[in-house]
Design a binder for this molecule. Structure first.
Ligand code: ACO
Length: 151
């Protein structure tokens, strides 16, 4: 079955999703820092102005009017592959009490679709080893190694 549970929908991140708990869901993934509502809106409008580069989606549970899953596709333009594009999946998180309902899978499918429709020749991501089986179920294969340099 390739649809969301009843009463859930997926859509682009909206300007009022701060109040629907967008950051709380991201907090499942990592430390989010301390945002005022204005800090959040500044980042939201920065990305919105660049909406050919940032595609942020949320899944909403309409019963509670809360954000329950988040994810972003970042589109990178390149010279290689004849001015090709690579999609980077970033910041995937599902609220703790909503995991296991295929919301993560639906989020990834939606971001893959956006990448493909916008001309990406591949979509890539970095993840913890424990999440490899999840991404394999989403159709990803392990490739090369991840490197990081921390400032
Ligand atoms: N190990 C093995 N299998 C898994 C795992 C796992 N850690 N997580 C999910 N799966 C499987 C499920 O069992 C399911 O399999 P099935 O189709 O055979 O039933 C399939 O993957 C789809 O699972 P979903 O229900 O869609 O997973 P969920 O909605 O819980 O989302 C996610 C998975 C995103 C990893 C969620 O658990 C989460 O938010 N974790 C904390 C934050 C996190 O680690 N995010 C990923 C960061 S990586 C990045 O952002 C690029």
């Amino acid at each position: 079955q390739s649809c969301l549970p009843q009463n859930y929908s997926i859509r682009p991140l909206g300007s009022r999703d701060y109040d629907r708990g967008h950051l709380q869901v991201l907090g499942v993934l990592t430390d989010i820092g301390h945002h005022s509502p204005q800090d959040w809106l500044d980042q939201f409008y920065y990305m919105k102005k660049r909406n050919d580069t940032y595609f942020s989606l949320v899944i909403i549970d309409h019963a509670s009017d809360r954000v329950v899953a988040v994810g972003t596709l970042l589109m990178e333009r390149k010279f290689v592959h004849c001015n090709g594009k690579v999609g980077h999946i970033e910041d995937i998180a599902v609220a703790n009490d909503q995991q296991g309902k295929k919301l993560g899978l639906r989020m990834i499918e939606a971001l893959q679709y956006i990448g493909a429709r916008n001309g990406c020749y591949k979509v890539i991501l970095d993840c913890a080893v424990k999440n490899v089986p999840f991404y394999e179920k989403c159709g990803f294969v392990q490739k090369e190694s991840q490197m990081a340099w921390y400032v």
